[in-house]
Design a protein around this ligand. Structure first.
Ligand code: NDP
Ligand code: GDR
Length: 319
């Protein structure tokens, strides 16, 4: 039986990837940090189906132990301090987990010795102030946040371990992807949760930051399929995963409010400098031609369906 170890199991992607691997017949091990009260909102349904292990990306020994306990064929390194805005408040901790955490996981995998296939969750935030639009695997990087810089380290150290030790190590350069399980502070979920609350009379306004940035938004379960496909190839490589479309936060608001029958949303939305960033990534758009050609992957969920699913889910949850 195929065995996989996923770090960041309780996050959005970790939980969707576990669903996918279970469907494919894998034995799944999920690494989570010890907390005083566990947050298994996204993984409650996986209890009894996967094996949870305690480990932390800032603790080398715990990673080595997780590898020994799971004896995996595939490692998916999805754990990180993933909130861009927070990375200015905790730049050192972000660099430690999101950057050096990758090195620790690679080192644990290398020391473990068995032939393990390794996936690193790289990010479109590495393109930051996009030098080329749309960005592909050869586009130069220009990160704009401590998070983006840390991800860039993770990306290069993965490539370096592949070249230095002939490890099967891939980076998926994933553009923004969202789902009903998205953390509540990310803009998409903050909007769909807010729209649902307005619809149900629980809230008057949604307070946001910059409404004029553009993102290339896809659906997380589609993107987890791409992670898995990368590890099934003959040769390890890096791939951009994106829809190729870009929409502003205003476009997202248009569609989210339309799904509750509101066209003029301006009076329901406020702005607060607290949610603005010291350096913004104005636009992101990816070219996933390589993944489409070599992996046979393509995005399945249109933007409007993604927003609609998220709003409907929040209305149901809050009702
Ligand atoms: P989430 O924030 O939902 O999940 C991240 C997970 O990492 C959480 O479960 C968190 O645990 C865990 N984590 C944080 N710190 C540590 C640590 N020190 N040791 C071990 N685990 C830790 O992120 P997503 O699921 O959205 O993203 C998955 C990965 O993909 C991340 O690396 C992210 O940076 C990257 N990425 C995401 C994209 C997106 O659009 N979603 C796009 C491109 C890349 P806890 O629950 O305890 O906080
Ligand atoms: P991002 O996602 O930074 O792209 O990182 P986020 O949803 O946080 O921001 C997207 C854009 O929305 C603007 N924005 C706001 N953002 C938040 N969070 N809250 C607000 O109130 C708000 N108002 C406007 C932001 O300024 C930004 O332009 C996500 C994460 O999943 C990363 O881990 C991942 O690597 C990248 O996507 C690709």
């Amino acid at each position: 039986m195929q065995r996989a170890l996923i770090t960041g199991i309780n996050g959005m992607d970790g939980s969707h990837l576990a669903d996918l691997l279970l469907k494919k017949g894998y034995e799944v091990y999920g690494m989570e940090r010890r907390t005083s009260s566990p947050n298994r909102t996204n993984t409650k349904h996986l209890e009894g189906k996967i094996i949870f292990l305690h480990g932390d990306l800032t603790d080398q020994n715990s990673l080595t132990r997780c590898l020994k306990q799971s004896n995996p064929c595939e490692v998916y390194n999805l754990g990180s301090q993933s909130f861009v805005g927070e990375s200015w408040n905790t730049p050192e901790q972000t660099s430690d987990v999101t950057g050096l955490g990758v090195l620790r996981m690679l080192e644990a995998t290398r020391e473990y010795g068995a032939p393990v296939r390794f996936y690193q969750a790289s990010s479109s935030e590495m393109f930051g102030r996009m030098v080329e639009n749309p960005a592909n695997e050869n586009t130069p990087f220009y990160p704009r946040s401590p998070y983006g810089v840390a991800k860039l380290y993770g990306h290069w150290i993965t490539k370096n371990y592949r070249e230095s030790y002939d490890m099967f190590a891939c980076s998926g350069i994933l553009f923004n992807h969202e789902s009903e399980r998205r953390g509540i502070e990310f803009v998409t979920r903050k909007i769909t949760d807010g729209v649902a609350r307005i619809h149900l009379g629980l809230q008057d306004k949604i307070i946001l930051g910059n409404l004029d940035s553009y993102r290339d938004w896809g659906y997380a379960p589609d993107y987890c399929e791409a992670m898995w496909l990368m590890l099934q190839q003959k040769k390890a490589d890096d791939y951009v995963i994106s829809t190729g479309e870009t929409h502003s936060i205003r476009n997202f608001l248009d569609v989210a409010f339309q799904s509750i029958g509101i066209v003029e949303w301006a009076s329901y939305v406020g702005q607060d400098p607290r949610f603005m960033r010291p350096a913004e990534v104005d636009v992101l758009r990816g070219d996933s031609t390589k993944a489409q050609t070599e992996l046979g992957w393509k995005p399945k969920t249109p933007f409007v369906d993604l927003v609609d699913k998220m709003v409907k889910n929040d209305i149901k949850r809050l009702s």
